[in-house]
Ligand binder design. Sequence first.
Ligand SMILES: Cc1cc2nc3c(=O)[nH]c(=O)nc-3n(C[C@H](O)[C@H](O)[C@H](O)COP(=O)(O)OP(=O)(O)OC[C@H]3O[C@@H](n4cnc5c(N)ncnc54)[C@H](O)[C@@H]3O)c2cc1C
Length: 421
Amino acid sequence: MTSTETFVIVGASLAGAKGAEALRTEGFEGRIILIGEEAARPYERPPLSKDYLMGRTERETIYVHPPEWYVEHDVELRMHTRVAAIDPVGHRVSVERGDPVGYDKLLLATGSSLRTLPVPGADPHRVFYLRRIEDCEQLRLTLQSAPRVAVVGAGWIGLEVAAAARTLGAQVSVLETAELPLLRVLGREMGEVFADLHRDHGVDLHLGVQVAEVTGEGRQVTGLQLGDGSHVDADVVVAGVGVAPNSDIADRAGLAVDDGILVDEHLRTSDPDIFAAGDVANAFRPALGKHIRVEHWFNALDQPATVAKSMLGSESAYDKMPYFFSDQYDLGMEYSGYVEPGGYDQVVVRGDKRRWEFVAFWLRDQIVLAGMNVNVWDVTDAIQTLVGSGRRVDVTKLTDVDVPLAEVFAGDGDTGESESG
Ligand SMILES: Cc1cc2nc3c(=O)[nH]c(=O)nc-3n(C[C@H](O)[C@H](O)[C@H](O)COP(=O)(O)OP(=O)(O)OC[C@H]3O[C@@H](n4cnc5c(N)ncnc54)[C@H](O)[C@@H]3O)c2cc1C
């Protein structure tokens, strides 16, 4: 497939690098320019709150490709380069330093950026955030002296940082506005499981609290002042309070943006020559009948194969089931499916919750919407088949570890679609 076309990819992280790889795999022989504002070549972020943060893996292991891969695959990697604007009519992007870069097709893989802690005293030199490799390396160094650490936010990143810091011997407090960790994502039943996990490991959990101020003298932090007037002492404050999609350049170029860049099932934006994938893409999912934006590793790894096909003119659609994973202490989990907050009427457990070896299922009208396997492995395919089936299950069979997941259905022809309308 000889081509004189130029495909530009903005955002040189997992989705961007995988996009370049997929274009070559699909046989694209034109020019690929991969532009990223970070200094480091594309790397994976999950180790930044786990093994790499704990000093258990080498830097080399976290990169998406070795340096020679870019040369061998003729991918022009331009790091340390921020794209300032897109000109969809002129088919070019302008960069902050350098000449504009023309494109035939453009892939936006600009990911997401950290939200910051909006309270007095939360100056950047006082609060640690975790998004980039440099953030991780600074925090890793600080954790070596086993300080008192206060983590603001009991979402995935906050909890993983808490687990890493405890494992390294720090005294750890976690502060969360909601009543339970991960309440919005997992709901009450499994939020309690994660609260127990961290309490069992000696984390001081402060739930249902408001952080009012980061206290300290100059750069030296002394802790957090809470809304109820109490104070949590700490030498180090880490905030994990969520991310927002990097969709500003798309917005300014007039592309359709709503909680990320809106794309159809082919991952095409409102401009036929511009595509988006990864954290920044709010993609239409035919199976769900709606747009969703997924801020997880698998989505950034997997969407590029589809977007490359779309960029090359095929009508391939992305409709994989949302999936993510987390590791905290000795607990490893994987989650498959999609549940709106409060969108289920039952959570059931198969296995032993007290030994942290189980699969939890979220159901509505006896139909499994999502499943989370905790320290139980090689069941993802079976869980995804169950979730994807849309069929009613027999809950007694579902919770019986001796009944294979393929045999838990309530009865032939008993589908939720027909009965729940
Ligand atoms: C610490 C941490 C731990 C995580 N752990 C897990 C986990 O355990 N499981 C899981 O499923 N997910 C995890 N994630 C989420 C996962 O890493 C993300 O979903 C994934 O990185 C998204 O990849 P992306 O390529 O879409 O975007 P990003 O990784 O955000 O990369 C986007 C890149 O584009 C660059 N960029 C943005 N705008 C411009 C511009 N205008 N010009 C040039 N470059 C630009 C950014 O600097 C960045 O390098 C974790 C994330 C973090 C931060």
